[in-house]
Design a binder for this molecule. Structure first.
Ligand code: PHB
Length: 392
């Protein structure tokens, strides 16, 4: 075959491909934007998934149903907080449904499978809760963003608080998986720097809630204090069991704020007085937070919590990126540049993303008072995750 003829054939093939691709390309900018929501709608984190979706939808509704000029279409998968099903679930959204962007999830183990699939396929991912340090660490990528926190952040902030209170010997208790391990690791890093010592790490498999034997062990170890990470239904039961075991009166309990967020109705008086650290609280009183809370209650007849805020902010981040590329989400570098330089006007207070795409944010010290996580101070100002292992 002559060179001339080869060029002619290749040129013809390219033109034919363009003819096929052109309508799809045009639609990619103006048609509906498919958002793949992968969240838990069953199990111990079910309420968290619902709050994230509610928050996300609230921002979309406030924008008239469109982000970056494009109508939003949701495709939903219940991930059941089950890492064993995570790769299949995320691939349904990427390959079967051809979503434009993934939003998920709550559970760190599931989120790591999502991050891997997002990396392999190049699909945009916004994580609206899961704190897995790796997502904005070794697995970081220019098209992966987090609207929530890293597990390290609230843990580290609480380590400083507990050390400053003068406690010397602490026992930790959590679920044995990435979120629990990393929350405890963050706590330990700051607490030991502050002169304290973690004398024992206790754990049970996720999502078990048979705490009795471990509570008996805490009673016999008699530490100065206990640090814990639990969330959702597990957090409700842990706080109730800790009080019922008589420990609340004798050994102060501290936690990452998920321990008492979205859970206070069910925990009742057993949560009263508990101190936790988190990037949100119920008494911030800023204009942005007041408007958010009012609109959320109006829309859902429910009080918002940290998960609702993270869902709302995931939609805000998507809107910022989409506005910058006029709805063309395939323009990834321009999308990323816009989100990277944004100051996100969150109900938690404004925040920016660090180099690894994790929020740089104030971590509040909160105390449970009645049905509220009252903000009583800032435990750590503009705390940035160290982003260990991220190369972008
Ligand atoms: C997590 O698995 O990363 C996780 C789950 C629930 C929370 C916080 C973190 O409330």
């Amino acid at each position: 075959m002559t060179l001339h003829r080869k060029h002619f054939i290749l040129g013809g093939i390219a033109a034919a491909c363009w003819a096929i691709a052109a309508p799809a390309f045009a639609q990619a900018n103006t048609g509906k934007l498919k958002v793949g929501l992968m969240l838990p709608y069953t199990g111990t984190f079910a309420a968290l998934g619902v709050a994230i979706e509610n928050g996300f939808r609230l921002h979309v509704a406030e924008q008239g149903g469109k982000l970056g000029g494009r109508e939003i279409e949701f495709v939903k998968v219940d991930d059941e907080s089950d890492p064993a099903k995570a790769t299949d679930n995320v691939n349904k959204l990427i390959k079967r449904d051809s979503v434009d962007v993934l939003v998920g999830t709550v559970h760190s183990g599931v989120a790591m499978a999502m991050a891997k699939a997002a990396k392999d396929s190049g699909t945009m991912l916004i994580v609206p809760n899961a704190g897995a340090d790796a997502v904005t660490g070794p697995m970081c990528a220019s098209h992966i963003f987090r609207s929530s926190f890293s597990n390290w952040q609230p843990g580290y902030a609480m380590g400083e608080v507990v050390a400053k209170k003068g406690h010397k010997k602490v026992v930790t208790i959590t679920w044995k998986y990435a979120a629990g391990d990393e929350s405890v690791k963050g706590f330990k890093e700051a607490f030991e720097k502050g002169g304290g010592q973690v004398v024992k790490d206790l754990s049970l498999p996720f999502p078990n809630v048979e705490f009795q034997a471990l509570l008996t062990e805490i009673a016999s170890l008699k530490p100065d204090a206990v640090y814990t990470f639990f969330a959702g239904g597990g957090a409700v039961k842990f706080v109730k069991d800790y009080a019922a075991a008589g420990l609340k009166k004798s050994i102060p309990l501290y936690g990452a704020g998920f321990l008492t967020d979205g859970t206070l109705e069910a925990q009742g008086a057993d949560a009263d007085g508990l101190l936790t650290t988190l990037h949100y609280g119920d008494s911030l009183d800023s204009a942005k937070d007041k408007a958010f809370r009012l609109n959320y209650v109006k829309a859902y007849k429910l009080q918002p919590d940290v998960y609702a805020v993270q869902g709302y902010d995931a939609a805000q981040m998507l809107a910022i990126g989409l506005n910058a590329v006029k709805g063309d989400i395939t323009k990834k570098p321009e999308f990323a540049a816009a989100v990277e330089k944004a100051r996100i006007d969150s109900p938690r207070g404004p925040f920016t993303l660090g180099k690894t795409h994790n929020p740089v944010q104030d971590i509040y010290l909160r105390q449970v008072s009645g049905k509220e996580n009252k903000v009583i101070g800032v435990a750590s100002k503009s705390l940035a995750d160290p982003g260990r292992g991220c190369r972008m």
